[in-house]
Design a protein around this ligand. Structure first.
Ligand code: CA
Length: 230
């Protein structure tokens, strides 16, 4: 069974999430504080995915997310944000989360996101087998161990960022619409809006561009999408 960490300080929301995950065949592991969540994650490498509430009594969900990524973990992370915190979506994704769900959410909405992310996490490359290594300019993307190097230097990527790089580098010079990117990287039955594409690309640019304010590798095609090429 796939283990999912549920970090939420409000007991009623936590048990609502836990019940629904369990009903869908997941194995939820509960945490009430960020500190506790980090301990659980450290002690259990089988945790596939974490649902992180933002507002918590101790360290907040963003900080938990940041520390998970800083420790080098590539587990799936979905932030649980409040409706009033529109900016939190962006902040969450910028700190390394893969997705977010806005409270109040329905079980169907939450599970759609969890299912999509967990499928992607354990998906072996299903489409045509890509070569072991894609090379493009200063970049080398190793598809066997899913690592990216720029000029020989390793760049740490989240699952989503890796999937974006793979899609871009497999399609050099091709205009890719935001819809194409969304369905390729997040899955065809993804529930969210296109903004998630832009936010993740902004974050990826910070990691890979020489100057993220003047990107040359991932260029914007206004009103359409993005293109890999230089
Ligand atoms: Ca809370």
């Amino acid at each position: 069974m796939k283990k999912i960490l549920v970090l939420e300080d409000e007991a009623s929301i936590r048990s609502f999430v836990v019940i629904n995950l369990r009903r869908s065949g997941y194995e939820p592991i509960e945490a009430e504080t960020g500190e506790q969540a980090l301990e659980l994650i450290e002690s259990d490498p089988d945790i596939l995915l974490a649902l992180l509430d933002v507002m918590l009594p101790g360290i907040d969900g963003f900080e938990v997310c940041r520390r998970i990524r800083a420790a080098g973990s590539r587990m799936g992370i979905i932030m649980l944000t409040a409706k009033s915190q529109e900016m939190d979506k962006v902040t969450g994704l910028m700190t390394g989360a893969d997705d977010y769900v806005t409270k109040p959410f329905s079980p169907a909405e939450l599970l759609a996101r969890v299912d999509a992310l967990s499928r992607r996490l354990d998906a072996e490359p299903v489409t045509e087998q890509p070569p072991d290594e894609l090379k493009n300019g200063p970049f080398r993307l190793n598809t066997r161990n899913r690592t990216l190097e720029k000029n020989g230097e390793r760049i740490r990527l989240t699952q989503i960022e890796y999937a974006l790089m793979l899609y871009f580098m497999a399609n050099p010079g091709k205009a890719l619409s935001r819809e194409d990117i969304l369905s390729e990287v997040w899955g065809k039955d993804y529930y969210g809006d296109l903004k998630v594409v832009d936010v993740n690309i902004r974050r990826l640019r910070i990691k890979i561009e020489d100057d993220p304010t003047a990107p040359i590798y991932i260029t914007t095609l206004w009103g359409f999408g993005y293109k890999w090429g230089f």
